[in-house]
Ligand binder design. Structure first.
Ligand code: EPZ
Length: 418
């Protein structure tokens, strides 16, 4: 089992480049399968989830070439329309291929994604919306059997601004007959990045980033060259690494406008933040104050993906902070592991009450999901003594070379493969 060994207690100082956004590149790679030509995608992060997405593209018949952070996809000839259940179980977000495969092949057979450590992850909004667009969907033997002669544009209202459902409808609508309007659409920056990519391959998408998105169906899509937006969650994670260790880190290429909710809270907690057109710098002021209450919300509210890194930070802040997790029903798996390091946290339903302690102490802890794992790394960087973090396959799904990035800022961290 791979693990990270971290000797904590050292302030981090350095400069990092923002990696490409995992939650933008996944839907954009899925969209590339519809392009009927060659798409060259730059700033593609080296992540396990990207590797899995490339396997899905190849099984659909795409030719994929990877050179560093550039991936070239040739989808001139698609031969498949199926995603096997083991791949879906490994990466449930592959469900966003459904809209793309239906657009390209008029039929699709994908394994039911099922849940994951942070929650049940239902797909009812995806299914209801696609059925409204004329897709017949049967759930048989753990697979979604989907058929549709021609996708039809229509008005779709989302009961919840689901990121994945918004993306699936966009991918199904780009070549549909007529116009599709999504109301109560997700407003995350990754949705806007997907729309920019779709428009570059010839689609007609308007309003992405707002809660009303319209997509006018077109006849044909074509290849393009595109660079993925910076990853706002990874950038915020590394800014927190500077604050929790009392150091200073600059993230080049990060986009401050994507992280307003978190940046204002980091300033409230005692961080000095400087932004300019090339990135963001966070400098610790030496003191760390609590935040009374943090509620996770759909964008532009406080992002659920940065809740656990913030909880690691609050564990060593003066005073008490309350976290309310409104998006996923099981996103406190990191709490027991932080308590093992000496944190004082009590969970009651969807709320966690964190009373800051002076210091955490190193311990052997385990990651049970991606962002909770990143939170444990942050806690270990701040803790007195040695920690090991196992279950780092989860962390590798979303953080490119996390130990390399932190080590170049002075962290004593290494990966041990046993
Ligand atoms: C995306 O997941 C992200 N993943 C998640 O990031 C992120 O936490 C989430 O959006 C919220 O911002 C990717 O983009 C690959 P949702 P997604 O559909 O699309 C409920 C990470 O760590 N819901 O917006 O699955 C659902 O149960 C990951 O990078 C339904 O009820 O999120 C949840 O409570 C974790 N029915 C809420 O909506 C549906 O049909 C948010 O889900 C769909 C969703």
């Amino acid at each position: 089992m791979n693990k990270l060994v971290i000797d904590g207690g050292k302030p981090l100082y350095g400069e990092l480049r923002a990696q490409g956004a995992k939650n933008a590149v996944l839907p954009i790679l899925a969209a590339a399968s519809m392009a009927e030509g060659e798409c060259i995608i730059h700033n593609c992060p080296g992540l396990r989830d990207v590797e899995k997405t490339v396997i899905i593209l190849e099984r659909l018949g795409c030719k994929v070439k990877r050179e560093g952070n550039t991936v070239t996809i040739d989808s001139s000839v698609l031969t498949g329309c199926r995603i096997d259940e083991e791949l879906m179980r490994e990466m449930r977000s592959s469900i966003i291929f459904l809209g793309a495969i239906l657009t390209a092949c008029a039929k699709a057979e994908v394994g039911m994604p099922g849940g994951c450590p942070i929650g049940l992850r239902p797909i009812d909004l995806h299914i209801k919306s696609l059925k409204k667009m004329g897709v017949s969907i049967a759930e048989e033997h753990g697979y979604l059997q989907c058929r549709c002669e021609r996708l039809k544009g229509c008005d779709v209202h989302l009961d919840f601004p689901s990121v994945g459902a918004t993306e699936n409808i966009m991918l199904a609508a780009v070549k549909a007959e007529g116009t599709t309007t999504i109301t109560n659409a997700a407003r995350e920056p990754e949705i806007y990045d997907l729309a920019c990519f779709l428009n570059k391959i010839g689609a007609k998408v308007k309003g992405a980033g707002s809660s009303v998105i319209t997509i006018e169906g077109v006849e044909k899509l074509h290849g393009t060259e595109y660079a993925i937006m910076p990853d706002r969650i990874v950038a915020q994670t590394y800014l927190i690494a500077a604050l929790i260790t009392g150091g200073r880190i600059r993230i080049c290429g990060a986009e401050p406008s994507h992280m307003r909710a978190a940046l204002s809270l980091l300033s409230e907690m005692g961080a000095g933040i400087k932004e300019d057109e090339t990135g963001i710098e966070l400098k610790s002021s030496g003191t760390l104050k609590n935040v009374h209450i943090i509620r996770t919300m759909p964008y532009p509210g406080f992002p659920t993906d940065i809740q656990s890194p913030f909880m690691a930070l609050a564990s060593v802040a003066e005073g008490t902070s309350v976290f309310v997790e409104n998006i996923f029903e099981n996103r406190f798996r990191h709490v027991d592991e932080l308590v093992r390091m000496g944190a004082d946290i009590k969970v009651e339903g969807r709320s966690a009450v964190v009373r800051g302690v002076k210091r955490l102490c190193g311990a052997n802890v385990e990651a049970y999901e991606l962002r909770g794992g990143a939170a444990l790394v942050l806690a270990a960087l701040s803790a007195e003594g040695r920690s090991t973090v196992s279950g780092i396959d989860y962390i590798d799904r979303g953080y490119e070379d996390i130990e390399g990035c932190l080590a170049c800022c002075g962290a004593e961290i290494c990966r041990v493969c046993t």
